[in-house]
Design a protein around this ligand. Structure first.
Ligand code: NAD
Length: 265
């Protein structure tokens, strides 16, 4: 797909981190960008800076996402690009021994809080599929371009889809689901000229990563074979744009991780 001002894009989670970097690079290519995010303060500020549209959207709400696409399409045009970056990182051990306030094991055991599992899957997996299904329905109304293409979707999974760490059962399940749906969705939409791909980032320097303990972050960065550092959001954004441009990429799951293989913790 050729990227220029005739193309509109929607980036979920676009107020921060990987989504924000992607929105910046799409704007640099001339693409009209709408940012969907729950964080209105950051989203409005970024939109003003890069001349994008911000719409406050919660990807866990069907009505909110529908309103978001209506606003984005009214301001720009039917999008040809959807980049799903909205996501949360939270976890617990599948079952663990409970600790008292002093940190001592008190003998009782505690299962994974199931509402937390549902929340992570609801934002990361169901939210991604909700946005992609509603976007794909709109993309089918696009005229095909010279290559027969009507749209492209880029989803953000994680290397946790393949090597979830201790405490990451919910997160890994949500990201594994994103990888697994690529092939059937690509098949569903193939006749319509809509592609879908997933990126599996390793460890990237974003506010989401900042929520992890410093020691854990340092250990993860040191475990990256080469380059031995955390990934830069602009490196993620660069891959998103290549996926948009390269029409032969379809149903791919691309690791972007400096050869990192996640250890158990
Ligand atoms: N940073 C990493 O190392 C890393 C690694 C692997 C995968 N990822 C994935 O990349 C994606 C982006 O992460 P990031 O590191 O940029 O995090 P981030 O926290 O900087 O950005 C995520 C954005 O999603 C938004 N969001 C959260 N819940 C939402 C909801 N219900 N509706 C709409 N927006 C919502 C947040 O407000 C935030 O702006 C996530 O899906 C994350 O799981 C990140």
């Amino acid at each position: 797909m050729r990227l220029d001002a005739s193309v509109a894009a929607v980036v979920t989670g676009g107020a921060s981190g990987l989504g924000a970097a992607t929105a910046r690079l799409l704007r640099e290519a001339g693409v009209r960008v709408a940012l969907f995010d729950t964080d209105a303060a950051r989203g409005e500020a970024l939109a003003a800076e890069i001349d994008a549209l911000f719409v406050r959207v919660d990807v866990t709400s069907q009505a909110s996402v529908e309103q978001g696409f209506a606003a984005a399409r009214a301001a720009h045009a039917q999008e040809r690009i959807l980049v799903n970056c909205a996501g949360i990182l939270a976890g617990a051990r599948t079952a663990s021994r409970r600790r008292d306030e002093a940190g001592a094991i008190d003998g009782a055991v505690r299962p994974f809080p199931i509402d937390l599992f549902e929340r992570v899957v609801s934002v990361n997996l169901v939210g991604t599929f909700r946005c992609l299904a509603l976007s794909a329905a709109g993309m089918l109304t696009n005229a095909p371009d010279a290559g027969g293409e009507r749209g492209v979707v880029v989803n953000t999974a994680s290397v946790a889809a393949e090597e979830g760490q201790i405490g990451q059962a919910a997160y890994a399940a949500s990201k594994g689901g994103i990888v697994a749906l690529s092939v059937p969705v690509a098949r569903d939409l193939a006749a319509e000229g809509v592609r879908i791909n997933a990126i599996l980032p390793g460890v990237f320097e974003t506010p989401l990563l900042a929520s992890a303990p410093q020691a854990a972050r340092a250990a993860l960065a040191a475990a990256v074979p080469f380059p031995q550092r955390t990934g830069r959001p602009e490196e993620f954004a660069s891959l998103v744009l290549e996926i948009c441009r390269n029409s032969y990429l379809n149903a791919a799951a691309i690791r972007l991780d400096g050869a990192l293989r996640m250890p158990p913790r």
